[in-house]
Design a binder for this molecule. Structure first.
Ligand SMILES: [Zn+2]
Length: 358
């Protein structure tokens, strides 16, 4: 909550809003490569919060969320400082690529170093210029290539402040986990800046319902911290998830899905049928647990061992969760999230009614 806030050598005073280009690298021709940053400081003191997107350069849903924030509610910022970063991995964003030009993953390279690789230097710059000046962080992600994620917040729930932010964001599912070593959330938390991530939708897409979930979530966190006026907009239900499992293909083939992101599934329920390339069915892939679909592949061609469905296993009774999901209106945001995502993983008829070739 310092009185002085400066990024890239530019000082932003209380009550000011400034756009800064934070130099992170150079091109082959020696031109500056910079991260665009907007800093909004309220007159009243309060926490400093960063919202970052596209650390993985192809996960652009966060860029869309930050865009909507730039033109929306944070204009009424009541206290504190909001730092909005629509694109962190500028190189990857330009190439529609998750990685940096040296093929390193920026989100495994924090806290970075001043004299290390290209990626390490960018990570170090982001840590020293942004994370170290902030009290809290929200990092926005989508699923990785050829996958989609039902919107969920992740964080190290053993940290009370992370737990507070994660719950306030307002996703139905809050997944407990520190994140991998070298990830921004892991290293930011270690450096004293409690940070959560949002995982929502597919890479290279900005889906309407994901935007709504993201903007509502960031504003909820700012309301929780007293930086925006108003009450939190809560989801119809919320589950803290300590365990998830991936269901994988056992044989090579082409999938027909029988489920969608956000659906509640029971142990033994058919998730997908795996067909041989000439149309013969090889096997039905069934859920090993009671749970809710957290993520799915969007690419139905699979080899043995490739992940198909990611299932969250909620701690509490599945019947309650099932009833809550059944009770959602298709017009409500949480219903629309499901129908948006279902367009990416077309479902097919119940396998019990599919002709089996013996
Ligand atoms: Zn990511």
């Amino acid at each position: 909550m310092s009185k002085r806030f400066s990024i890239g050598g530019v000082t932003v005073r209380r009550g000011e809003t400034l756009d800064v280009r934070l130099k992170i690298s150079e091109t082959y021709t020696g031109e500056d490569v910079s991260i665009p940053v907007r800093i909004i400081r309220a007159k009243q003191t309060g926490p400093s919060v960063f919202v970052s997107a596209a650390i993985h350069g192809d996960e652009i849903v966060g860029t869309g969320i930050v865009h909507d924030l730039l033109s929306g509610e944070p204009a009424e910022l009541r206290s504190g400082t909001l730092v909005l970063i629509p694109v962190v991995n500028v190189f990857g964003f330009e190439n529609h690529d998750r990685y940096l030009p040296d093929r390193r993953d920026l989100n495994r390279s924090f806290p970075g170093s001043i004299s290390g690789s290209l990626t390490n230097r960018i990570a170090h710059k982001f840590m020293s210029e942004i994370v170290h000046q902030c009290n809290f962080g929200i990092d926005l992600h989508a699923a990785s290539q050829s996958r989609t994620n039902f919107p969920n917040v992740r964080g190290d729930l053993s940290r009370p402040e992370v737990r507070r932010l994660a719950k306030a964001f307002g996703c139905e599912l809050v997944v407990n986990g520190k994140g991998p070593e070298g990830s921004l959330r892991y290293e930011a938390c270690k450096a004293g800046c409690p940070t959560i991530i949002l995982e929502a939708g597919e890479p290279l897409k900005v889906e309407a319902a994901m935007l709504e979930i993201g903007v509502r979530g960031v504003c909820n966190v700012l309301r929780e911290l007293g930086m925006l006026p108003g009450e939190l907009e809560r989801p119809p239900f919320q589950y803290l998830v300590n365990k998830t499992t991936w269901v994988r293909a056992e044989v090579g083939g082409l999938l027909k899905f029988h489920t969608n992101p956000g659906e509640v599934v029971r142990e033994g329920q058919a998730l997908a049928s795996n067909f041989g390339i000439l149309g013969d069915r090889q096997n039905i892939i069934r859920s090993p647990v009671d749970g809710i679909i957290l993520g799915m592949t969007t690419l139905p061609a699979v080899k043995p061992g490739e992940p198909i469905v990611h299932i969250a296993i909620p701690g509490a009774g599945i019947e309650t969760l099932e009833a809550a999901v059944d009770g959602l209106s298709p017009d409500d945001l949480h219903g629309r999230v499901r129908s948006d995502l279902a367009t990416n993983t077309a479902t097919h008829e119940d396998p019990d009614h599919v002709r089996v070739q013996d």
